[in-house]
Design a protein around this ligand. Structure first.
Ligand SMILES: Nc1nc2c(ncn2[C@@H]2O[C@H](COP(=O)(O)OP(=O)(O)OP(=O)(O)O)[C@@H](O)[C@H]2O)c(=O)[nH]1
Ligand SMILES: [Mg+2]
Length: 216
């Protein structure tokens, strides 16, 4: 019997540039966020694979949609970052169309991890990601990344502020995170695994929740 999907089983699966090339998927969790927010670093820390997703000091490094397989047809998805000022307008428009359609229409998308630099969270573009995805009523887990760059006091203030801002949405959770210091890594991994659990590969497992097969 297969165990529930666990993050450290992640293996690179495919990279796609167009929605029509998306792989068949039973369920996936997408990592979205501004360029340079730390999406790829978070994926590497959470999967405990240092070089699974490519990280870079140059914003806009992840330009394709990268799929990492956790179990048969269950994926983590590293989305292209948005908001990088130096990208030409036509490329920006392409990314925007791709991200909005993916977030609004991808049936297998079970939840979104939204990564925001804790020093400037909830930018207008982050808000747009939420506006596109929240109507679907699926869970969003916000990681306030690079928390190592804030003092303890600033961390607490930022967490409180962002929690207040999303308080109206029961399906949104928020935590502090740092790929550098590993702050919040266990909490994030547990949350992401729990998003995949109800539809895990363990339909035959007695311990699986009753709703096991009820997903898109
Ligand atoms: N101090 C600190 N730096 C971080 C952290 N996470 C990522 N970084 C750095 O931030 C830069 C960008 O990280 P990436 O993980 O490549 O960011 P990304 O969101 O995948 O960026 P794009 O692929 O361009 O969208 C790199 O130089 C990382 O080393 C963190 O938690 N703390
Ligand atoms: Mg990246």
């Amino acid at each position: 019997m297969t165990a529930k999907p666990v993050l450290n089983r992640a293996q690179f699966h495919t990279s796609v540039a167009r929605l029509r090339d998306l792989p068949a998927s039973r369920a996936e969790i997408a990592f979205a966020g501004r360029s340079n927010a730390g999406k790829s670093s978070a994926i590497n820390l959470l999967t405990r694979k240092n070089r699974l997703a490519y990280t870079s000091k140059t914003p806009g490094r992840t330009q394709l949609i990268n799929f990492f397989e956790l179990d048969a047809n269950i994926f983590l998805v590293d989305l292209p970052g948005y908001g990088y000022a130096k990208v030409p307008p036509e490329i920006k428009a392409q990314w925007e169309a791709l991200l909005s359609r993916y977030l609004q229409e991808r049936a297998a998308l079970a939840g979104m991890v939204l990564i925001m630099d804790a020093r400037h969270p909830l930018t207008p573009l982050d808000q747009r990601m939420l506006d596109w995805f929240l109507p679907r009523g699926k869970p969003v887990h916000i990681l306030l990344s690079k928390a190592d760059k804030l003092s303890g006091n600033e961390r607490a203030q930022t967490l409180r502020k962002v929690r207040q801002a999303v308080a109206a949405h029961a399906c949104v959770s928020v935590q502090l995170f740092s790929s550098l210091s590993r702050l919040g890594a266990e909490e994030a991994a547990a949350r992401i695994e729990s998003l995949l659990e109800p539809l895990g590969p363990s339909q035959n497992d007695d311990t699986a929740p009753a709703m096991a097969t009820q997903h898109e």
